[in-house]
Each structure stands twice: as structure tokens, then as C-alpha cells.
Write a protein that binds this ligand. Sequence first.
Ligand code: GLN
Length: 492
Amino acid sequence: MDIRELITKSSKEQREALLNKEVSAVELTEEIYNHVERVDGEIGAYNSLTKDFAIDTAKKVDEKIKNGETLPPLAGIPLALKDNINLKSYPTTASSKILENFISPYDATVTKKLKNNFIPIIGKANLDEFAMGSSNENSAFKIVRNPWNKNKVPGGSSGGSAAAVAASEATVALGSDTGGSIRLPASYCGLVGLKPTYGRVSRYGLIAFASSLDQIGPITKTVEDAALLLNVIAGPDEKDSTSLSQTPPDFTKDLKNDLKGVKIGYIKELCSEGLSECVDAAIRKSIETYKSLGAEIVEISLPLIKYSIAVYYVIATAEASSNLARFDGVKYGYRTKNPENLYDMYVKTRAEGFGEEVKRRIMLGTYALSSGYYDAYYKKAQQLRRLIKQDFDNAFKKADILLSPTCPHTAFDIGSKVQDPLSMYLTDIATITANLAGIPAMNIPVGLDSEGMPIGLQLQADCLNECKLLNVAFKLEEAVQFNYSNPLKTLV
Ligand code: GLN
């Protein structure tokens, strides 16, 4: 296979080519950089490139192949790392001016695992500032464009990670998901995106947004690649007190199981009103496909979903206001020039260093936590969060997997929602509850709308049931045969 075609494939084809010595890992990595050079000026997926690191890793892979050593499954496979995850000695900016010149002093746990698996990190992927957003228009540096149509958003906040994979500027990527930031961009860019169970993957070295919701996960072209990347990053970590103690299974083990007797519940509240016509049709078709694969379809009601956006935006902003207090001009990154005194330094640094959306969240969160309002907002939101979790517990007594769209509509035009934060927040209606409940959830592409933009289906499972989730996704992927390489027709 021609190397320009090879970079557009999943890890499976790339690994085969590496093992058959059709191409070396260094050649594959170099070709990715040539491609980034060709297309990233228009896409904006990367904040920075980490070429010497990637080439160095690729050389190690080639050495191993030469010596006939066994290769970890994703060794030599180019990866984009969201720029809120630390890679030692390279910049981590969270797409914020306040961290513009920050160099990571240590590796995140996931990054260490990538290194142990000889995965070349191509660069740090653009995102909404501090992962706050749904369209990647909140980056302090540049917007990201959707490789399927450059006038559309790629989704957020992991827009750079998704655009990098969709444009084949990386084969796989890591994103982070606090309220949908892996699944939404995966949906808009025609990719697989998986938010694991809360605690499955260590958050050590991920810049915190809302600690009780944040989770790192894979964005890939195929379900199998998502499972393989989850194998690399999952597992207990003594550096993260919220990481789960359970030893993770091999997440590829159940992929091919048949679906006879599997109960799939479509979520009534998310599958009825407010869907665009194409999304509605794609969901119905997916349900029919599942029926034909032997699954049993049931209706599930999650009546409290209507409160989820309100609950999320109280809890997430409250946690963010506390997490972001550390950026004060003393310890990291940007500091204002010529402050009058210490207090003035704090105020000006934060006023100049944070973008508009981040400030909005800090103000909302501080308000929700302030004495006198704490009970009315934060406590109430936590109570509702518990009830939402109970709704899910009940739902999983009736179904193994829950099905809904990932978003009521497909990718929207760049600029069309920036003036209206509330309508931006509403794009997360289907994704947010998985973070509130801590359950695993994923997007898989199921078709295209009338403008040729990808449509995403969301599947959710009970805590720690990623294997079943991946199995149900894999079977639909097989049936749908989604063509993820479409964007390259216009790009290359
Ligand atoms: N769009 C949501 C927000 O802006 C979710 C972001 C995320 O998952 N990081 O908060």
C-alpha cells in the first residue's frame, strides 16, 4: 500500500505494514509530519508538534522489529495528545494564554503508559480553553476546523484530537471528557470516541477542569482501535486517589461476540423530540440493525435528563472555580507586567490570562459555592446528581446498553453559536448524564446527513462494562461500514 494511503488507515493496517517491513516506523512517522505540514494550516488540530520525541520513539520501534522482539499492539502508531495532558519537557497549554509558555515538568500517567508502549506522540492537540466548550472555538490560539467541511466546527472540547484523526494527522488520539468532550467531537468528525467509567483511567497529569467528572479516553477510527488504546491507558494508579482498584480486562476480548439476547434500551427522552431529521432517521435505522443482529430492543425512560444540563453547569463550574484558583501568576505560566502590588498581580494576571468562557465559568462556579447560595445551588445539584444516577441504576436493570443520539444535530457552522452560550451548552444534552453518573459511554458514526456531515450514535453501559459496550459498538460498526476516510478526498 502506498504510504500516503497507509496513513489514512486504522492501526490494524499500519501494524501489518510495520511487521511485514513494508514501511518502517520512522517512515510512517515522517509521512504523518509531511501530511501535517500539508493540511494543518487549514485544520488547526495541533497547538505544537513533538517531532523529535515521535521520531525517537519510532526509531525504538524499528529497532525492536529488526531484533524480532514482540511489539506492543499500538507500537509505532501515531497519536495526537490533547494539550491538557502532560508530556514531560514539552508545552502543555490547555489552549490558554495563562499557560502559553508552560513546559510540563512531569509525565501524566497515561503519557507514561504511551511511552511504555512505544507510541509516537505526534503533537499536542488543540482544545477549547481548559476543555470548556463544545465547538473548539474557545481556544486562545486558533479555532479548529472540521476536516469533513472546513466551515463547520469539529466539536469540543477535544476538537483538535478528533480533527487530527479525521484528517489522518494521527491514527489515534487521546481526549478528555467532562460532559461530552470526547464523544461530541467524535460524533461531528465521524469517529469512535469512548469515555471510560469514572476512575478507569488515571487523571494524574491531566489539567483538572471538574475533577468528579473528568475522564481521559480514546478517539479513533475504529472500535477495535478504541479498545486497544483503552488497554494501554486503563488501570489503577496510586497517584490518583479516585482511580479504581479493579484490574482492567482485555477490552478487545468480547468485540466479536454475537448480540443474541443483549438488551438494548433506547432512551425515550433523547430519541423523540428535538432531533434533526437525519439524526432521527439514523437512530431508527440503527435500532432496526440491532434487531436484525438478534438484540432485544426495549424503551427506557430517564425522566430526570431534563435537569442534567442545569445540574452539570452548577457542579462543573463549581469544581472549575476551585481547580482554576491555582493559576494566579505565582506558580505557573503567564504573569501580568508591572503590577502595583500582590493583589493587583493576581487580579490582572487572571483578567489577562483567562478567556471569556473560562471567566464566565469561574464566576458562575464561585457564585454557586458562595455562602447563602451553596444550599440552593450546589447542594441541590448534588442531590439531583444522585437521583440521576439512581435513574441509570434502574435503567440497567432493564437493559444492558442504552442507545441515543450523541447530539440532536450534526456539526454546525463556525461562528453560529459563539454569541449564545446557552445554545452551545444545550448541544451536550445527551452526553452530560454519563459523566454525572460515572458510567462509560461512546460515540460511533452511523451515517451522513444531507450535507454530508457525520451522524453519531451514543451507547452507554453500566459502570465497568466497557467490554459489553465495545462489543455492541463493534457489531454495529461491522453492519454500517462507515467510510471514515471521506475527508481526505478534499484534503489531499
Ligand atoms: N461542553 C461541555 C462543557 O463545556 C463539556 C466539556 C468537556 O467535556 N470537557 O463543559
